[in-house]
Ligand binder design. Structure first.
Ligand code: SAH
Length: 460
């Protein structure tokens, strides 16, 4: 191939027009066909950009000045938006955010799934796309002998010091984080030092049930002991009556994973409760629970609509967490089987079935890719299968077992469009047809997008 002529060098300052957006929300401009990706650039804008990196087929630029702003450029309400790695697209109007997410899903359906013809609907967004998160896990550091909490600066592990609120976080959680930080600081508890692997307090996690207002605080330390734990608990519980559970979790490894495996209850219950629709859920510290309550309802309603369950149907809910989707389906189905790898989540799921008087469910702890082939070998032939895997998608063994079970319909819930598209392709080759894909905005202001896809079996 002829050597490509790269029209820019590092540190050049150039004027460029943005034509498109990457899936990370970066503006894409071209110079003589050579694409330059520029964070915070918006389509239609003309801008002055400094070239910061030059690769063979594309480069990166830094936005210096927007000469002609897009009508979709908005002032980010967060003071630390341009430093923080949490949100990526607060500078975009919400309409453009929704459109970008739909396009991203369309792109992977074309490029990865090779299913250009499948309808990808407009993203279902929120009326108020702020302060939606019900859970925060924030790192703790030290500055001038005081504890500080703040998210990491982009692509680093430096804590942003001047961060006192997070605009996508429930205010109640913001206040509880601040309370734990302040009280721990006054008690002289030290912060964990990542480089030296010394110090005590690593992260503070808070989760509040949006409907019940019940809060759980998880204090994550490197050390097996939490110094001054009685004073800490006393002051927190006397001042903040919504706290229903305080958990101490120990993570003594050098790792980016926030929680360790060992937890103990310092005060109150092992779980908090929340409700979605007419079902009540117990949620413990290690269990996954959707972070955007209003959109969770939208997501589950869509999954239920696609599942179209009737009263004689047998259903599998794979990657079921605390049994949220399972219990909604159990209200309509003959029987629901759930599988999930986190043991605490399965014990929550069993308890959730019980407290809601639901008796037609069976929950199993294990890896979905092991349990599905086993269920298949046992002769289980579900009518409908719902899957909701983590970002890496499903294992091939899992997909093959699912195809072998020959359900009428598969409902695939996904937080990563690329692995969704990859897996839909495999299922399609196994005799299923993708009918439609619905993107849902679970994570406004961030580049992430959730999807629900409906597949049905092609009858020979
Ligand atoms: N459907 C649930 C949970 C979805 S999150 C809800 O809406 O709340 C994905 C879940 O998959 C998590 O609970 C995670 O613990 C679980 N998980 C991750 N890898 C798994 C695997 N290999 N097998 C089974 N479950 C897995």
């Amino acid at each position: 191939m002829a050597k490509r002529n790269i029209p820019v060098k590092k540190n050049d300052e150039i004027t460029i027009q943005f034509e498109d957006l990457t899936h990370e929300g970066h503006g894409v401009g071209k110079l003589e066909g050579y694409p330059l990706f520029v964070p915070y650039g918006l389509p239609g804008e003309e801008a002055v950009v400094k070239v910061v990196k030059v690769n063979k087929n594309f480069g990166y630029g830094k936005l210096l000045e927007v000469k002609r702003p897009s009508p979709d450029r908005v002032e980010p309400p967060c003071d630390v938006f341009y430093k923080c790695g949490g949100c990526q697209i607060q500078h975009m109007s919400y309409d453009l955010q929704l459109q970008m997410k739909q396009n991203q899903v369309k792109n992977v359906m074309r490029k990865i799934a090779h299913m250009e013809h499948v309808p990808v609907h407009a993203t279902l967004g929120m009326d108020d796309p702020w302060r939606y998160r019900n859970k925060v896990a924030i790192p703790v550091g030290e500055n001038d002998g005081e504890l500080i909490t703040g998210f990491y600066r982009m692509r680093s592990h430096d804590i942003i010091k001047d961060m006192d609120t997070c605009v996508v976080q429930d205010e109640v959680n913001d206040r509880l984080v601040e309370a734990v930080r302040r009280i721990a600081s006054s008690l002289g508890i030290s912060a964990y030092d990542e480089e030296k692997h010394t110090g005590v307090l690593r992260h503070i996690m808070v989760r509040t049930g949006r409907q019940t207002n019940e809060a759980m605080i998880v204090i994550i330390t490197r050390t097996a002991e939490l110094p001054h734990q009685e004073e800490l608990v006393k002051e927190l519980t006397e001042t903040y009556p919504t706290i229903k559970s305080i958990i101490h979790n120990v993570n003594d490894r050098r790792t980016n994973v926030i929680m360790g495996r060992k937890s103990k209850v310092l005060w109150g219950e092992e779980y908090i409760y929340d409700t979605i629709g007419d079902i009540r859920f117990a949620i413990s510290a290690h269990s996954f629970y959707q972070i955007n309550p209003p959109q969770t309802k939208v997501l589950y309603e869509k999954a239920l609509e696609y599942a179209a369950i009737t009263k004689n149907d047998v259903v599998v809910d794979a990657y079921c967490g605390i049994g949220t989707i399972s219990l909604f389906m159990a209200q309509k189905a003959k029987k629901v089987y759930g599988v999930e790898v986190v043991p605490e989540a399965i014990s929550d799921a069993k308890m959730n079935a019980k407290i809601n008087g639901i008796t037609n469910t069976e929950f199993v702890v294990g890896q979905a890719e092991k349990v599905m082939p086993w269920w298949k070998a046992q002769g289980l032939r579900p009518d409908v299968i719902v899957v909701d895997p983590p970002r890496k998608g499903c294992e091939v063994d899992f997909l093959e077992a699912m195809i072998g079970m020959q359900p009428k319909r598969i409902v695939y819930v996904s937080c990563n469009p690329s692995t969704l598209a990859r897996d839909l392709r495999i299922l399609e080759d196994g005799g299923y047809e993708t009918k439609e894909v619905q993107p849902i905005d679970m994570f406004p202001q961030s580049m992430h997008v959730e999807c629900v896809a409906l597949m049905s079996r092609v009858d020979e």
